[in-house]
Design a protein around this ligand. Structure first.
Ligand code: NAD
Ligand code: UDP
Ligand code: UDP
Length: 343
């Protein structure tokens, strides 16, 4: 019953009101929910580097303090342990809403919590955006396309999703989050952006999160067999995290609502991915077949024409270029304090 008031940027926070000479761009006050996670922490690094004041809101379900610890002590950085399912009051200019487990293993662990996070959590962040007139960006997912009947997937495709399956807490949850986002946009004038993110990998992924790239890399480093689910002919398209972060920031700063597919169109079967991992880490790594999980999408590849045209964005890092960057980080974490010398 209360109309959102658009107000000019509150952006003096970063410098206490005094903009140092030479600093062209005013720092923004930005919330990153899920900012202690894999993607969020890389986004936080870029926002901090650009001079923004960043507030991370995270309940540490899958995120880690280690991912953002290097900003502790910086007055422009704040970390709040908070669950987005509960309301929160903050004064900010932009909200990047990432809070939600992304690995199927994590999001199936407590499906009711996952759907609450996607629905109630997103509602709260939209309520916050409405109250303070902040711009809101939702990190949705390629999973809204389900097991797609169109290939590659274009944003206009409505998807093929099982509403009662084991993945529904995540994909139906994200679909509802998109609906809420558009309804706050249309009904309450909230400035919104929607990104549909395709499989992303890179440093700081949880080592044992069950996603295919992190599994294969950790397995190859530990000299364990690479576990290929099903016949390994299902496909995914893998994007390096720096490309995604660039896309998210372009989307937030641009003038288009979306949804936009953000992903790398390079498509691989899981067997091909295993081969790239062998080439990168250990040519002698074995492959072991395991039964596949329920409702596993058979193929996935983004059509990124829209992002190219309207955001001027496209990924730059191929799988063969990006994988070694991730391996370096995994090597250090898998082998702990052992000197990482070789790499
Ligand atoms: P992640 O699991 O590493 O990070 C998610 C973060 O959200 C973690 O820090 C976690 O602790 C936090 N979180 C979870 N539930 C929360 C809650 N209720 N309250 C507060 N914090 C909570 O995952 P990620 O790969 O960094 O994914 C980030 C976002 O991008 C997610 O919304 C995910 O759905 C989306 N996405 C990621 C991918 C990918 O391949 N990485 C693909 C599609 C979409
Ligand atoms: N909300 C929040 N922080 C705010 C403003 C709102 O967490 O700064 C929550 C609020 O508790 C509510 C949700 O966002 O549960 C939706 O808010 P809105 O004002 O749109 O709806 P209403 O409170 O009128 O149901
Ligand atoms: N997968 C696999 N081995 C693993 C983990 C996953 O073959 O150790 C397969 C999985 O069956 C799916 C694909 O890899 O077909 C991608 O799975 P992931 O969990 O990484 O992400 P999804 O795209 O399913 O969300």
């Amino acid at each position: 019953a209360f109309q959102a008031q658009r107000r000019p940027s509150l952006s003096m926070g970063a410098t206490g009101g005094k903009i140092p000479l030479g600093l062209k761009r005013k720092g923004m006050r930005v919330v990153v929910t899920g900012g202690a996670g894999f993607v969020g922490s890389h986004l936080v690094d870029r926002l901090m580097a650009r001079g923004d004041t960043v507030i991370v809101v995270d309940n540490f379900f899958t995120g880690r303090k280690e991912n953002v610890m290097h900003h502790f002590g910086n007055p422009n950085f704040e970390l709040i342990r908070h669950d987005v399912v509960e309301p929160i009051l903050l004064e900010v200019d932009q909200i990047y809403h990432l809070a939600c487990p992304a690995s199927p293993v994590h999001y199936k662990f407590n499906p009711v919590k996952t759907i609450k996070t996607n629905v109630v959590g997103t509602l709260n962040m939209l309520g916050l955006a409405k109250r303070v007139g902040a711009r809101f960006l939702l990190t949705s997912t390629s999973e809204v396309y389900g097991d797609p009947l169109q290939h590659p997937q274009v944003e206009t495709y409505w998807g093929n999703v099982n509403p009662i399956g084991v993945r529904s807490c995540y994909d139906e949850g994200k679909r509802t989050a998109e609906t809420l986002t558009m309804d706050y946009h249309r009904g309450a004038n909230v400035e919104v952006r929607i990104a549909r993110i395709f499989n992303t990998y890179g440093p700081r992924m949880c080592i044992d999160d069950g996603r295919v790239v992190s599994n294969f890399v950790a397995q190859a480093l530990r000299k364990e067999p690479l576990t290929v689910y099903g016949d390994g002919k299902q496909t995914r398209s893998f994007q390096f995290v720096s490309d995604l972060v660039e896309g998210l920031m372009k989307l937030m700063e641009g003038e288009h609502v979306g949804p936009f597919n953000l992903g790398n169109p390079g498509e691989f079967t899981m067997l091909e991915l295993a081969k790239v991992v062998q080439e990168t880490i250990d040519p002698n790594a074995n492959i072991e077949f395991r039964p596949n999980t329920e409702d596993d999408p058979h193929k996935r590849k983004p059509d990124i024409t829209k992002a190219k045209e309207l955001l001027g964005w496209e990924p730059k890092v191929s799988l063969r270029q990006g994988l070694p960057l991730m391996v370096k980080d995994f090597r250090q974490r898998v082998f702990g304090d052992q000197k990482e010398g070789s790499s």
